[in-house]
Write a protein that binds this ligand. Structure first.
Ligand SMILES: [Zn+2]
Length: 233
């Protein structure tokens, strides 16, 4: 094997590792977003449960206001009854008082129903909140793991990049240039030639290329894909 091919294969090994590490790094924000999405589902459910409870509480408050105003009216009408000397007015006020009392008792029945509903809504809210909290714990753990992975991958990238730079510095600049150009387009730039087939594009090369690669005098290229090839049998 040509010494330059040996050197390039080591550079290529680091490049392959770097590509995988960069891919891994790109996945980190995607996975972080997935974690946050899981959180936002639970948060939406808590918000919906809160809104449902508030609705019931407002209805109860309104009923209590209605009951209060009717009670005040009854008190007022009882005073009027006490003060009036007209029998008709006394009776009319009496009817009104009965009507209001009936309404109050209806409102109170409704209030009992609503209090039950409020109880159920509170339970649902507590459950949604508990779920959100346990999801938060899991999500926090996952986010911490992702942050750790990111740091890890970044330091590996830094380490291997430094190695790669040192390894590449001993390759002649024009060869390295050619390698880099092919590598940017195809990924693997140096591949084996086996049974007359380029292992990069899996095409047969012409006889003269096989001879050239086997001679190991100059760098041979696959005429189909342009990759650098070395004779491997
Ligand atoms: Zn090829």
């Amino acid at each position: 094997m040509l010494p330059v091919i040996e050197k390039l294969l080591i550079v290529q090994d680091r490049d392959t590792k770097l590509r995988a590490l960069h891919k891994d790094l790109e996945r980190v924000p995607v996975e972080e977003q997935n974690c946050r999405d899981r959180m936002s589902d639970d948060e939406k459910k808590v918000a919906a449960a809160k809104a449902a409870l508030q609705l019931v509480e407002v209805a109860i408050k309104n009923l209590e206001l209605d009951i209060g105003t009717r009670r005040q009216s009854i008190t007022r009408m009882k005073t009027q009854q006490y003060e009036t000397r007209k029998n008709e007015e006394y009776t009319a006020l009496g009817h009104e008082i009965v009507r209001y009392e009936k309404e109050i008792s209806q409102f109170e029945d409704q209030e009992i129903d609503l209090l039950d509903k409020a109880e159920t809504a509170k339970k649902a809210l507590n459950e949604a909140d508990a779920r959100r909290k346990s999801t938060q714990i899991l999500v926090n753990e996952d986010l911490a793991k992702l942050a750790e992975r990111k740091t890890n991958v970044e330091s590996q990238i830094a380490e291997i990049s430094a190695e790669r730079a040192a390894l590449a510095s001993v390759v002649e600049p024009e060869v390295l240039d050619a390698y880099d150009r092919i590598s940017q387009r195809k990924g693997e730039a140096v591949v084996a030639l086996e049974d007359g087939q380029c292992k990069g594009c899996h095409m047969k090369v012409v006889k003269s290329t096989v001879v050239e690669a086997k001679a190991e005098k100059i760098l041979a290229h696959c005429e189909n894909c342009g990759r650098l090839i070395y004779y491997a049998g």
